[in-house]
Ligand binder design. Structure first.
Ligand code: NDP
Ligand code: GDR
Length: 357
């Protein structure tokens, strides 16, 4: 059997790194698109690096960018992938309010460029396409579980850009018979989650405060609700979506929702630090009940011009058609992330004697 070739756009990101690991473990030849950066941006995939001079290498990186159509065409022409996973994006919702045009260029037009490149190269029948769609599409819908039939009411430049990509993917499937699918994924996290997303910001904050390296953690809206799963489970779902005979769109979610506040409480409980809340609104604080120190404060800068208050996914379709469900619980996810950040911070501090977690 000739090797399956996959091209991952966004291979240096959280999901890209987990997906690359998964596909390599399944025997794929994995190609990844990485951006030119003035500093190293491959920390999440360095463990997968193979010397290009070795024989039979199965993990190959190409320079590229979603804003550069000719480059995308060239890379796809060279790789001739059987599967393309478009995980590349300016993926931070709050940042998208500050960089709306760039976000639309990369997150909306980038998808169009990829789909057009597949068509221009005549690969519509040979190359399957996965689009990283998002629960942010649901935006301000009624606070009940959201599935593939729930209307989209996007609330940010990020979400409107992703809406364009969602429908472009559907349209290319319908118009040109392409095997193109959307995974509508709810929030998924891991120890390699970007440091400015709220979960990782909290788990790093817990570790730094416990180590005495930071006094307090500044957060925004504590009452937003999210359906948080583990990235490892979700990349398995992406792969299953692409393996279906008939392309389609699927929600992947845990079916549980928690507030940011609950995430904070759980994260601090991992290091045996019970939190007590006092005050209201932007005056609210979180107190370390062991010593009375204020360790959480609210910074209005972290509030968004538009907030998505409630996300809770119904992944019944994925369960029935893909046999997919999440395996990592909320508690296990938080514990894994805090433990990892405790280890990292101990290493960073040069404390090689750390063996507590
Ligand atoms: P990350 O932000 O961790 O990774 C994004 C990746 O896209 C990085 O490799 C980044 O490169 C790359 N990228 C950014 N801009 C460009 C560009 N202009 N051209 C090429 N590549 C670019 O995101 P995640 O791994 O968390 O998410 C993967 C995808 O899934 C994203 O599209 C995201 O929007 C979507 N998504 C994520 C969810 C989640 O909860 N994690 C939920 C639903 C959807 P670099 O490393 O150089 O910055
Ligand atoms: P989200 O993730 O916007 O859901 O998008 P994020 O972790 O940024 O925010 C989740 C919720 O936490 C609230 N919040 C804060 N957020 C951040 N980043 N920093 C803070 O200090 C803070 N305080 C409170 C936010 O207001 C929000 O309600 C993620 C991204 O991965 C997207 O790419 C993806 O599409 C969606 O998840 C599903």
């Amino acid at each position: 059997m000739p090797k399956q070739r996959a091209l991952i756009i966004g291979v240096t990101g959280q999901d890209g790194s987990y997906l690359a690991e998964l596909l390599l473990s399944k025997g794929y030849e994995v190609h990844g698109l990485k951006r030119r950066s003035s500093s190293f941006n491959t920390a999440r995939i360095d463990h997968l690096y193979q010397d290009p001079h070795d024989e039979d290498i199965r993990f190959i990186l190409h320079y590229g960018d979603l804003t550069d159509a000719t480059n995308l065409c060239r890379v796809i022409q060279k790789v001739k992938p059987h599967e393309i996973y478009n995980l590349g994006a300016q993926s931070h919702v709050q940042v998208s309010f500050e960089t709306p045009e760039y976000t639309a260029n990369a997150d909306a037009l980038g998808t169009l460029r990829l789909l057009e490149a597949i068509r221009i190269l005549g690969l519509e029948k040979e190359c399957r396409f996965y689009q990283a769609s998002t629960s942010e599409l649901f935006g301000k819908t009624a606070p009940t579980a959201q599935n593939e039939m729930t209307p989209f009411v996007p609330q940010s430049p990020y979400a409107t850009a992703k809406l364009f990509s969602y429908w472009t993917t559907v349209n290319y499937r319908d118009a040109y018979g392409m095997h193109a699918s959307n995974g509508i994924l709810f929030n998924h996290e891991s120890p390699v989650r970007g440091e400015t997303f709220v979960t990782r910001k909290i788990t790093r904050g817990v570790a730094a405060i416990e180590r005495g390296l930071q006094k307090r953690l500044m957060l925004g809206n504590l009452d937003a609700k999210r359906d948080w799963g583990h990235a490892r489970d979700y990349v398995e779902g992406m792969w299953r979506i692409v393996q279906q005979d008939i392309p389609d769109d699927y929600v992947l979610a845990t079916g549980e929702t928690h507030t940011v506040r609950e995430f904070v409480e759980k994260a601090f409980s991992v290091v045996d630090c019970p939190i007590e809340w006092a005050g209201n609104g932007v005056e609210e604080i979180g107190i370390d009940t062991r010593n009375g120190n204020t360790i959480i404060e609210i910074d209005p800068r972290y509030f968004r011009p538009n907030e998505v208050d409630f996300l809770l996914g119904d992944a019944s379709k994925a369960r029935e058609k893909l046999g997919w469900s999440h395996s990592c619980s909320f508690d296990d996810l938080v514990t894994e992330m805090v433990s990892s950040d405790m280890r990292t911070i101990a290493l960073e501090a040069g404390r090689n004697d750390f063996n507590g977690m």
